[in-house]
Write a new protein. Structure first.
Length: 270
């Protein structure tokens, strides 16, 4: 595929993620967080297995788009479980710990994938599926369902903290009561669009710079990025724990502008 075709496939995968988010969020509130996480994350992994044996078939992009839909469906359940299992005093630290764990994975995964890409592509798909199933086994064994009972929801309606208590009504009624949440969602769309370039525009740029060595170099870059994040996250948490989360997000946006803006001028690996 040329860059335009590849970009269109990536756009479809991102687009497929969105209905997955909506469907998964609704089902997580109806059937339970744990069930939805196990099902959607498991289906996302299953979609990857045939990709290992299809060589250069155009079925692979279709399966990856389907996998993106299921990944989207798992995300609200995962985030909701984390929120359910924490409180305002430890929630920021919990999400930071998850972010740290993700980056430890990103430190290893892209480096391995970069070396496998040219000659052992099938093992990227199989390894992705295998590690996903391993994580789901841990969730199944050690994490209880966190969906609140009707009694707990009724109790929550009486909480003084308006951001912690439950709300009556449908999604749009809740958003209307919390316009800042709606505005934050729109801003997050911009952040997500910028961050998505990490997995699309930057790999293309790296291939333009390094040719066949591009996938390996991209793996090195992502591993370096993840190691820096893993090492600095704990320090940044300690420096910013007294700052409001919304200010942290605003600061992150400014750093996005600087960091991604610098990439325009890159001509070499250092």
């Amino acid at each position: 595929m040329d860059e335009g075709e590849a970009g269109f496939i990536v756009m479809l995968a991102i687009t497929a993620h969105l209905p997955g988010l909506i469907v998964g969020g609704k089902l997580a509130d109806w059937l339970g967080r744990k069930k939805i996480l196990l099902f959607f994350q498991g289906m996302a992994a299953i979609c990857l297995i045939p990709c290992a044996f299809l060589n250069n078939s155009l079925l692979i992009p279709r399966l990856l788009i389907l996998s993106a839909f299921f990944l989207g469906g798992a995300q609200p359940a995962s985030t909701a479980m984390t929120t359910d299992l924490t409180n305002p005093s430890n929630r920021k630290a919990a999400f930071s710990l998850l972010h740290l764990g993700n980056n430890i994975g990103f430190a290893v995964g892209p480096l391995i994938a970069g070396f496998l890409y040219n000659n052992y592509l099938m093992w990227i798909f199989l390894g992705d599926a295998a590690t996903t199933f391993a994580s789901l086994v841990l969730v199944y064994l050690f994490i209880k369902e966190t969906l609140h009972s009707k009694e707990k929801i009724e109790e929550s309606l009486k909480l003084e903290n308006k951001y912690e208590r439950a709300e009556k009504g449908n999604l749009w009624q809740v958003l209307w009561k919390r316009p800042r949440l709606l505005l934050f969602t729109l801003i997050s769309l911009i952040y997500s669009f910028v961050y998505a370039q990490t997995t699309f525009s930057i790999p293309i740029q790296v291939v333009e710079l390094f040719g066949d060595k591009g996938p390996k170099m991209f793996g090195v870059i992502m591993t370096t990025n993840a190691l820096v994040v893993s090492c600095l996250t704990i320090i940044i948490i300690s420096l910013t724990h007294k700052i409001k989360p919304v200010l942290n997000v605003a600061l992150a946006g400014a750093l996005y502008a600087i960091g991604f803006g610098m990439i325009f001028f890159i001509i070499g690996l250092p």
